[in-house]
Design a protein around this ligand. Sequence first.
Ligand SMILES: C[C@@H](O)[C@H](N)C(=O)O
Ligand SMILES: C[C@@H](O)[C@H](N)C(=O)O
Lengths: 156, 156
Amino acid sequence: EEHIISGITLSRNEAKLTLAQVPDKPGIAAAVCQPIADAGVQVDMIVQSASADGKTTDMTLSVPRGDLKRAVEALRKVKDFEKLEIKTAEDIAKLSLAGIGVRNNPKVPATMFKTLSEIGVNIHAISTSEVRISVLIDEASGEKAAQALHKVFIGE
Amino acid sequence: EEHIISGITLSRNEAKLTLAQVPDKPGIAAAVCQPIADAGVQVDMIVQSASADGKTTDMTLSVPRGDLKRAVEALRKVKDFEKLEIKTAEDIAKLSLAGIGVRNNPKVPATMFKTLSEIGVNIHAISTSEVRISVLIDEASGEKAAQALHKVFIGE
Ligand SMILES: C[C@@H](O)[C@H](N)C(=O)O
Ligand SMILES: C[C@@H](O)[C@H](N)C(=O)O
């Protein structure tokens, strides 16, 4: 096989916050991430899709569930961000598929996403690197999602 | 220092495609990624922020520049995707900061984004993992962006 899946990890106790329609211009990503860092909140995923309208885009951050409130408060203190639309969800888990050559095997993410859809698990956010695909899903689905991926990719 | 930045990589010759407002329901991510995989196109970044409106969200993929056309054609062939709004850009580079403990140091992404904003480089997309932060930027800014990060994080 050209890819080796080395592990499936389920990280519970996550929360997500999504900043809706931030201006897509230099300085915004820094303005979002600095106050959260200054508040001492760990940030696991930072996910930003490219702008579709050429003016704004959304950003999603995942943080430990216990830090969600503090992260939102830190953002609200930023001048210009008082009216920022921030959507949050607390019952979130991060599910990751780690392996060598994941990038060179585009069928791997396709199969991962298909497997989750077949058991009705919605993928809230996606972030990939050369050796890992991570998704945010509802924590309530975490166990069955991890088991389904295990069956498909590790085979037991 | 609590973090060790092990490298800064600039990957030129990238292209991005953004699918605007896909339905945020199970099966969509698979329906996007499967045809592209079947067309033999390598997919480097898959980035999806969580839905802000609860119904739709955007997805951004980065592919080798030479494969952009083939990726778009593969998507257009999918039933239901003929009218899908797909924004593309060809003059894209991926800039990555790799290090140990990047996640546990939220100041690292904040500083990376700030450094880019200070030289006027717009961040089109962001994807993070435990040990790497990757952004998509205009290829024309790639060299100066990499040098700026090098100066700040590696110090020369
Ligand atoms: C949206 C945000 O990433 C913006 N493009 C920036 O460069 O900071
Ligand atoms: C948008 C897409 O990721 C969708 N939520 C899915 O699960 O496939």
